[in-house]
Design a protein around this ligand. Structure first.
Ligand code: MGD
Ligand code: MGD
Ligand code: SF4
Ligand code: MO
Length: 684
């Protein structure tokens, strides 16, 4: 099949975005132009339906603001002034600058990337080879899910869980820390099927989301209190003996310790912590203890607070205690990515490090780290950052610091991008990258268990080059002659899974399901060292950490401070994908402008009316936006929907001006939803 012709044709692809659904795409191309992107009806999970955002992917790809040539800075840092230059000039100068730093202190160079594309090829192949050969610092890619991910790893052994399609057969679904309609639409379809079959849906979320609206029960807890809630549920399971003693005995370790701890978490104690009625906790425990099969869709919203790792540990113990895993429609799903046999060694080539182990810079603390000088503890000052697949100036916490770091005149910054994002404004060079419609890639999913292939539907627009090509070109300029730097993208696609996935099937139909047991843990067999659910974790004990799941309070608990009495969470706006799509006019028109949801009880004493412009502030900074006074916010908690580009904000900031660089208990992850603020009417 030739995917690049001038005829009208449809090309099979995969959605590249950081979303659990990993949809199969069909792109209609007319005379070499992508005119429409739709869901592939042949792919079960996609079911022919895309979210509103990616339905606009052709508009995004053909956007008049696309960066289509290399650009070099021509004004002060951050001014956003650039002049077009040739690839030859840009690559030559970048290779020269990086080479000069690498000769002295390779670790002074930092790659900064995340999941702007989730593709294994455009996201973690040639780029990693390049930085390994260079000996650059490692980046700790912690910004999203490592608190829960490590909680899962210590408890269940890996990011594994129920197959998503089996939620359709559950009789009870607890949607925990997930706004499924906004962020996991294709799971929501299975939940709807279950509901039609009589299932009860329960939502646990501090925000009254559109998902909460459609569940029969909503526990509107205070942010970061999930661990206490889980322990109280366990308390009730013990009190009523809703336990599967046989499953516990055979497939768990350390139950006695957790039992003792949970017995101190009465529903009344948890109710006071969580800010909900004790009776609601009792009812949920009764539902969970007595309904079979019962499933939990646990998602990332609950692990963006100090105790996110331990809360995850407590929650993922639940299905072992009740034996829910025995049924294929029972258990828990947090992320399915650990099921994939990705050949990361082949793709990323850590052998190119030749035995070196560079330091790791945590992407969450980029604000502080860009401002650090050379020291024995830190190592060399960061002198160059190469950003791709990410927009740190908008998405990393404590933006004032991040901006200050990227403003450094002595920092050399290269940004590979589609658009002039907030981060690109601070670049020395912006290099035009291809979109998913213009390059090859191969994908895993963290919400289902199929592999997807993405074929290019159109030629690269303008002078855009794929990330892989840019790193190949830089490697050549720097004299990296290893044969792995010559691998083309189709070869990289094949290397991603080696012989573990049928590549011909990917070429033929675009997707291939992994072979996974229908009820993967019905008979135990967890990927932990003991093969059991490690309620008690020897690995945590060995690090001097609490070996049992616990409740860890927020760094900045609701009502914990007189100056900043409100807790702020900042979950995504439905029509953006993190900070992607904010510049797509049709989608921004739906979101209209940045908002803060505030409950009438908190708005009234502050003189705030619906539509007022408010100032939200704490010691880290100040952010202005429009107030939406309604009951989507609970008393004591405000919701600052994200993640707007700063330059579209009323005062040139976004919600991350307020969030902190404090980390979680496990996983060194961000605490975006653990943030105390005050809100006032903006002085006019
Ligand atoms: N439309 C849309 N979809 C997206 C994204 C997007 O930006 N827009 N982002 C993508 C990415 S990168 C990710 S990681 C996922 C994120 O999607 P999810 O994993 O669902 O995580 P969040 O959206 O951060 O939060 C989910 C819900 O958790 C709630 N929440 C906040 N704090 C707490 C808490 O302490 N406890 C509990 N129980 N709930 C809490 C929030 O109010 C929110 O409704 O979505 C992906 N999909
Ligand atoms: N306050 C607050 N902050 C948050 C969150 C929150 O809920 N609240 N969520 C956090 C989470 S969960 C995450 S995952 C992070 C996400 O943060 P990021 O990973 O930075 O995600 P995006 O903001 O979507 O930015 C991705 C960028 O990659 C670019 N891109 C896409 N494809 C390609 C490509 O093929 N090549 C190149 N070179 N560029 C490409 C896009 O144009 C886009 O500008 O944000 C975090 N920040
Ligand atoms: S963002 Fe998610 S729901 Fe939307 S098309 Fe991509 S994978 Fe599907
Ligand atoms: Mo994320």
């Amino acid at each position: 099949m030739t995917s690049l012709t001038t005829e009208r044709q449809q090309v099979r692809g995969a959605c590249p975005h950081d979303c659990p659904d990993t949809c199969a795409l069909l792109t209609t191309v007319e005379a070499g132009v992508a005119v429409r992107v739709q869901g592939n009806p042949a792919h079960e999970h996609t079911n022919g339906v895309l979210c509103a955002k990616v339905s606009k992917y052709a508009e995004r790809t053909n956007h008049p603001d696309r960066i289509l040539t290399p650009l070099r800075r021509s004004g002060p840092k951050g001014s956003g002034q650039f002049t077009p230059v040739s690839w030859d000039e840009a690559l030559g100068d970048i290779a020269h600058r990086l080479g000069e730093i690498a000769a002295r202190a390779p670790q002074a160079i930092l790659p900064y990337s995340y999941a702007g594309t989730m593709g294994l090829v455009q996201g973690e192949s040639m780029d990693r080879r390049f930085f390994h050969q260079l000996g650059a610092s490692f980046l700790g890619r912690t910004i999203c899910s490592t608190a829960g991910g490590e909680g899962l790893m210590y408890t269940l052994g890996a990011k594994v869980g129920m197959k998503v399609e089996h939620f359709a057969e559950s009789q009870l679904i607890i949607i925990w820390g997930s706004n499924s309609i906004g962020s996991n639409l294709h799971f929501w379809r299975y939940a709807q099927q279950a509901k039609r079959n009589g299932a009860k849906l329960v939502c646990i979320d501090p925000r009254k989301t559109e998902t909460a609206d459609k569940c029969q029960e909503h526990l509107q807890i205070l942010p970061g209190t999930d661990g206490a809630l889980a322990l109280a549920l366990i308390h009730e399971l013990i009190q009523h003996d809703w336990l599967d003693h046989d499953y516990i005995a055979q497939h768990t370790t350390g139950w006695e310790g957790l039992r003792e701890r949970a017995l101190t978490f009465t529903p009344e104690r948890a109710a006071a912590i969580c800010g909900i009625p004790a009776e609601q906790i009792r009812q949920l425990a009764r539902d969970y203890g007595t309904t079979k099969p019962a499933a939990i869709r646990l998602n990332y919203g609950m692990q963006r607070a100090h105790g996110g790792g331990n809360a995850t540990r407590a929650i993922v113990c639940l299905p072992a205690l009740t034996g829910a895993w025995r049924h294929r429609a029972g258990g828990v799903l947090f992320s399915s990515s650990g099921h994939y046999p990705v050949q990361r060694g082949a793709l990323q080539r850590p052998d190119l490090l030749a035995g070196a182990t560079p330091r790791t810079i945590n992407m969450v603390t980029i604000g502080d780290d860009l401002l650090k000088g050379t020291s024995p503890a830190f190592g060399p000052r960061i002198e160059a950052v190469v950003v791709y697949n990410s927009n740190p100036v908008a998405v990393a916490p404590d933006s004032a610091k991040v901006v200050q770091g990227f403003e450094r005149e002595d920092l050399f910054t290269v940004v590979l991008e589609h658009f002039q994002t907030d981060t690109a404004d601070y670049a020395d060079y912006i290099l035009p990258a291809t979109t998913q419609l213009e390059h090859w890639d191969v994908h895993l999913s963290y919400g289902h268990t199929d592999v997807l292939l993405n074929r290019p539907a159109i030629q690269p627009m303008g002078e855009a080059r794929a990330n892989t090509q840019i790193f190949r070109d830089l490697a050549a300029r720097m004299g990296f002659t290893g044969p792995c730097f010559a691998d083309d993208d189709e070869t990289l696609c094949r290397q991603a899974y080696g012989d573990r996935v049928d590549f011909q099937q990917l070429l033929d139909i675009g997707f291939a399901p992994l072979a996974i047991d229908e009820a993967p843990f019905a008979h135990g067999g967890f990927p932990t060292p003991s093969g059991k659910v490690e309620i008690y974790s020897e690995r945590l004990a060995a690090q001097g950490l609490d070996p049992l799941p616990s409740y860890v309070a927020n760094h900045e608990p609701a009502g914990g401070s007189v100056r900043y009495p409100l807790a702020m969470i900042s979950p995504p706006a439905r029509n953006f994908l993190n900070s992607t799509f904010v510049n797509v006019t049709s989608l921004r028109n739906i979101e209209s402008e940045p908002v803060l949801e505030i409950h009438p009880d908190d708005a009234a004493p502050r003189g705030i009316a619906d539509g007022s412009v408010v100032r939200i502030f704490n010691d880290r900074g100040s952010y202005e936006c429009r107030a939406a006074v309604n009951a989507r916010a609970r008393p004591g908690v405000v919701n600052g929907l994200g993640i707007w580009w700063r330059k579209f904000g009323l005062n040139g900031t976004n919600v991350n001006e307020l969030t902190s660089q404090a980390l979680t208990d496990l996983g060194a992850a961000p605490t975006f939803y653990d943030c105390a603020v005050q809100v006032e009417l903006r002085a006019s």
